[in-house]
Write a protein that binds this ligand. Structure first.
Ligand code: G6P
Length: 362
């Protein structure tokens, strides 16, 4: 096992550090500056009229992230559904609907049941999965492999990175197919994506150092709130999920603007907030949400970009890249923070209690 961990203390840490390679592998043969984006897996399939993304856990968070991009770039209406809900709903689906089943393992019982129902109703199913030959990949009409390589740690890390990469490529693919995405935006996205592995590679060691020092400061908290808006909201959900999965500290992910409708009542010096406050159109809104937290003596850690003024205790400044690609830098920070807290608290990082890598029963 030690050899398999490649010198890392845990599989989770190794898998977090594999993410630059994962992005590079996902785009190899699928996106480059000369040809743009190609997804031969979808040959013969027109851009969907309606898209339903069905998934569980981390894969569900990836789906929520993809929704914004697919709607904005390809102008396709997207619903994202938790598979265990989708499978029992009185669904409205027909042959014009496409269901995108996202599953790292390709064996999650609820996701499989959801995609089977969708197929029975005449919808086309695309499987986005990591494990080659898995049930999702065998039963879907079209399969896109995420090519993250085997993921051993129960808490999913690099698989989500690969899912985000493929969702971005899907948004570009359908945006080009429908002519809804200007050529310069396509070119910027592809250029940014191609450059991403080297940015990630350079940043990961420093991210780990910051995560380590913050973990010492915050690991005594009994509860955390994660806040994000827009494209960062699903990442706030994922940050909270990672922390609770492996450190057993309660954490809630919330849309920043929704905080005033409830969780603000919880804010006090013992209840820290982990905010995603990046340089985008919604930054002023996020900043004012954080002022509300500060006014109630809440402690705040914020992942942010250079040059932004924020009322926080700990500003975790990361480099700014192009548009939605910033999420690819936020994600490892969230993973590393959860990892360092769990490791500092002496938890079983790779095999957290009560959790399974793949949930094949209902
Ligand atoms: C389990 C795992 C999670 C994973 C979820 C969905 O709960 O512990 O890490 O996100 O299943 O798994 P899937 O293989 O369908 O992506």
């Amino acid at each position: 096992q030690a050899a398999q961990k490649g010198g890392y203390k845990h599989f989770m840490l190794k898998e977090i550090f594999e993410q630059p390679r994962v992005v590079a592998d996902c785009i190899a043969g699928r996106a480059d500056a000369v040809h743009g984006v190609r997804l031969p897996e979808l040959d013969g399939l027109a851009a969907p009229k309606r898209l339903h993304i069905v998934a569980c856990g981390t894969s569900y968070h990836a789906g929520l992230w993809g929704m914004g991009l697919i709607e904005s770039w390809a102008r396709i209406p997207v619903r994202v559904e938790i598979a265990s809900e989708f499978r029992y709903r009185d669904l409205i689906l027909d042959k014009d609907d496409v269901v995108l089943a996202i599953s790292q393992s390709g064996e999650t019982a609820d996701t499989l049941a959801g995609m089977r129902r969708a197929r029975e109703m005449g919808a086309t199913v695309i499987g986005l999965c990591n494990v080659v030959g898995s049930t999702v990949s065998r039963e879907a009409d079209h399969v896109i492999y995420t090519q993250a390589g085997p993921e051993i740690s129960v808490a999913s890390t690099k698989a989500m990175c690969s899912q985000l990469t493929l969702l971005l490529l899907l948004a570009l693919h359908w945006g080009r197919q429908k002519g809804t995405l200007p050529a310069d935006a396509q070119a910027s996205a592809v250029r940014g994506l191609v450059g991403l592995p080297s940015v990630l590679e350079a940043e990961l060691p420093r991210m780990r150092e910051v995560a380590q020092s913050l973990s010492r400061k915050y690991s005594s908290a009994r509860s955390f709130m994660y806040l994000g808006r827009g494209v960062q909201f699903p990442l706030a959900l994922e940050g909270a999920l990672k922390l609770k999965e492996i450190s057993y500290i309660h954490a809630e992910g919330y849309a920043s603007g929704e905080m005033k409708h409830g969780p603000i009542a919880l804010i006090d010096p013992e209840f820290p907030t982990f905010a995603l406050a990046l340089h985008d159109d919604l930054f002023p809104k996020v900043k004012s949400n954080l002022e509300e937290v500060q006014a109630r003596d809440g402690r705040i850690v914020a992942i942010t970009h250079p040059g932004l003024e924020l009322p926080v205790d700990d500003a975790w400044v990361i480099p700014e890249v192009w548009g939605p690609l910033n999420s690819f830098l936020v994600l490892p920070c969230l993973q590393l923070f959860a990892y360092e807290v769990a490791d500092y608290l002496g938890k079983d990082v790779d095999q957290p209690r009560n959790l399974a890598k793949s949930v094949t029963v209902e």
